[in-house]
Ligand binder design. Structure first.
Ligand SMILES: [Mn+2]
Length: 331
């Protein structure tokens, strides 16, 4: 059931123990939304914890000075047992909470706050979904300010929300950037955010290993349909060769989309368990989340992905290219 911001405030007010969580391999949007909500709920003297299925990556540690972000383990189960309310951020699909799904939905109240299209048959009690929001962080900003954008918010929350915003708008470069995004940025800067500090942490702290893997990926860059479709694949052989793991690389689909004339970019990354992580990016001429859905994934119309468990990488590559060719030729 879709609910209003007022109803969300009411549910928070009525709860004592509140769990905040987001998707596996959390990004700046999920984490930034969480820290802002965490500070707000703590200011109400509630018992609140952030527990995620994956660790927070190094480039977001600046939001974690007091170790507010916890990684789920079975010692948390006693605490989770007594939770009154779970808020799930930026999830896309409930399965992306991983093992936590066994503990947070059954007989419990949960709210999904998200800007991804909602799947059918999701286990949330309530949801607030706004697919027009460029980031979940923008929704949290609306929820916390309730229209009062003169009064500053606390600096760490502002930093979290600014991180969410720049992560999901590609630093105000993507087509989802709105005038509201800039109004939000203005308010957050007035609340103490130094944009350069966030940029440095989030985007300009790349590990040398990441750059080397990016080099490997770009060496294998392939094109189709007058160079309008570009993609790369990285297999376990590539990662072993660099003594790296598939977690050491991300965000290359955005990079490939930036090539002149490329309309659709995608990447195929083979994980250690042989599953394949696929990311799709479109420049805006073609919708690509329908292709992600074909493989059990989803996402936004121009930025989507899937995790494919049992298909050889070459077969998956061919299937994706066929689907893209159909789409591009029709247009
Ligand atoms: Mn997001």
């Amino acid at each position: 059931m879709n609910i209003s911001k007022d109803k969300i405030h009411e549910l928070i007010y009525e709860s004592n123990r509140i769990l905040l969580t987001t998707h596996e391999n959390p990004d700046g949007d999920g984490l930034g939304s969480q820290i802002a909500m965490y500070n707000y709920i703590n200011s109400l003297n509630k018992n609140c914890r952030i527990i995620n299925i994956s660790q927070i990556s190094d480039n977001f540690q600046f939001l974690n000075e007091d170790q507010q972000f916890e990684t789920f383990n079975h010692d948390h189960l006693d605490w989770i047992e007594q939770v009154d309310l779970t808020i799930v951020f930026d999830i896309g699909h409930s399965k992306r909470v991983g093992e936590l799904k066994n503990y947070i939905f059954k007989d419990k109240i949960s709210i999904s706050i998200d800007h991804h299209p909602m799947k059918d048959n999701e286990p949330f009690t309530y949801s607030w979904v706004d697919v027009n929001a460029p980031a979940t962080g923008l929704m949290i900003w609306e929820l916390l300010t309730m229209g009062d954008i003169v009064k500053p918010i606390d600096k760490l929350s502002a930093m979290g929300l600014y991180t969410a915003l720049v992560t999901d708008t590609g630093s105000f470069k993507y087509s989802n950037t709105t005038s509201q995004s800039h109004i939000m940025a203005s308010h957050l800067i007035n609340s103490g955010v130094q944009p350069q500090e966030i940029t440095k942490n989030v985007f300009e702290s790349r590990k040398l290993l990441h750059i080397k893997l990016l080099g490997d990926a770009l060496n294998g860059l392939e094109f189709k349909i007058d160079n309008s479709v570009a993609w790369v694949k990285l297999t376990q052989a590539h990662f072993k060769n660099r003594n790296a793991s598939s977690k050491d690389i991300e965000g290359i689909a955005d990079f490939i989309r930036s090539i002149e004339n490329v309309e659709i970019a995608f990447t195929l990354i083979e994980n250690e368990d042989r599953s394949i992580r696929v990311s799709f990016r479109s420049q805006g001429k073609y919708i690509i989340n329908d292709i992600a859905k074909e493989f059990g994934g989803g996402g936004h119309i121009y930025a989507a992905g899937a995790k494919v468990d049992s298909m050889p990488i070459i077969e998956l590559e061919n299937k994706i290219i066929n689907l893209i060719e159909k789409k591009v030729k029709v247009n």
